[in-house]
Design a protein around this ligand. Structure first.
Ligand code: CA2
Length: 144
């Protein structure tokens, strides 16, 4: 049973500290705890970085080490062909995750590059959506 990687992009380390009207009051540490609880016996690797290359390096690790990837690329969602290219190398299911409903926000948030490779997209459930994504991923990967 390989882990599920939960990868988070730039500024999400500030979750719960700013813009609670959009992103809620839950901190990223609390999100991580919710993910681990939802995962049960399934191991989780939970990461956040403001550096695009670090996210790419974790995706490369996932190619051989993970059964699934849940990724909130944050602003890199709309800009990073490099992250898209890395995700194209991953053989398992990918869930693109957003706290907010990006399609109800400003137009700059409407064209996700990651959606071109994602198995599924979850957006708008708030931070409470992360454990939903973990449970959905467990269903997708089965008992691999
Ligand atoms: O809704 C999401 O999860 C987003 O991926 C969050 C990104 C945003 O650029 C996407 O359009 C949607 C922004 C992450 C920044 O998160 C912050 C959290 C707290 C305080 C400031 C920023």
């Amino acid at each position: 049973m390989k882990p599920i990687f939960v990868l988070n992009g730039p500024n999400l380390n500030r979750l719960g500290k700013r813009e609670p009207e959009i992103y809620g009051h839950t901190t990223l540490a609390e999100v991580e705890a919710m993910c681990r609880e939802a995962a049960g016996e399934r191991p989780i690797r939970f990461h956040q970085s403001n550096i695009e290359g670090e996210i790419i390096n974790w995706i490369h690790e996932a190619i051989d080490e993970a059964d699934g990837i849940i990724i909130n690329p944050a602003a890199f969602t709309f800009t990073s062909i490099a992250i898209l290219d890395a995700l194209k190398q991953f053989p398992g299911p990918i869930i693109e995750f957003h706290i907010s409903n990006i399609h109800r926000r400003e137009a700059i948030y409407h064209n996700s590059l990651v959606s071109k490779i994602a198995t599924a997209v979850i957006a708008g459930l708030g931070p409470q959506g992360y454990p939903f994504a973990v449970r959905a991923m467990i269903d997708l990967v089965g008992r691999r």
